[in-house]
Design a protein around this ligand. Structure first.
Ligand code: COA
Length: 158
């Protein structure tokens, strides 16, 4: 597997990918609307096939992971993409790597904590607010759990 930075050549693919995986070409986190195809990020490639995507946003010494998706679970794609962002964030002088995920996403909560992220906050009803901006956010998410809250996780970079 190789990990490559996104370029203008991957722009349309990222947009299409986001529509397919996040129900529109934007994502909403903590009240902000992000367009992943306009963000920096990395793609994971195996046998000439794109099998994973991460996008991130750097602001005020913090690096936020905006989207992370693996199309081949359990072979290290998600881990490799996080590692690539971590290197980039450190190089950019960031002291914090962070993200929000939703309360239903038990797999992601486990995945991030096993990779050194700590839970820092629960933003109750944040997704209900986000749905006003992006009505296509489903009501029920992973594991049949209503999607309601945002959970913030962070890793301090040394
Ligand atoms: C969360 C998600 C990104 C994880 O991606 P993944 O590619 O399955 O992740 P990895 O393969 O790196 O790790 C998953 C498991 O595979 C195992 N694994 C196998 N080979 C591995 C390798 N070479 N390196 C690391 N882990 C490996 C690990 O043990 C890991 O299990 P653990 O979490 O219990 O330690 C993926 O489930 C996903 O796309 N979810 C849907 C979208 C989503 O929820 N995104 C996050 C919300 S922001």
């Amino acid at each position: 597997m190789i990990i490559k930075p996104l370029t203008s050549a991957t722009h349309d693919w990222v947009k299409h990918f986001t529509v397919n995986h996040w129900s529109a070409d934007t994502v909403v986190a903590h009240g902000k609307v992000f367009s992943p195809h306009l963000l920096p990020g990395f793609v994971a490639i195996l046998n000439n096939e794109r099998i994973g995507l991460v996008t991130y946003h750097i602001c005020d010494g913090s690096c936020e992971i905006i989207t992370l998706d693996s199309l081949h679970h359990g072979i290290g794609v998600g881990t490799a993409l996080i590692e690539a962002v971590k290197v980039e964030a450190r190089q950019a002088g960031c002291q914090r790597l962070w993200l929000v995920t939703t309360n239903d996403n038990l797999d992601a909560l486990g995945f991030y904590q096993k990779r050194g992220f700590m839970l820092v906050a629960v933003h109750r009803h944040a997704v209900e607010q986000a749905r006003r901006v992006k009505p296509s956010i489903p009501l029920i998410g992973e594991n049949g759990i209503p999607i309601r809250d945002e959970i913030e996780l962070e890793m301090v970079l040394d």
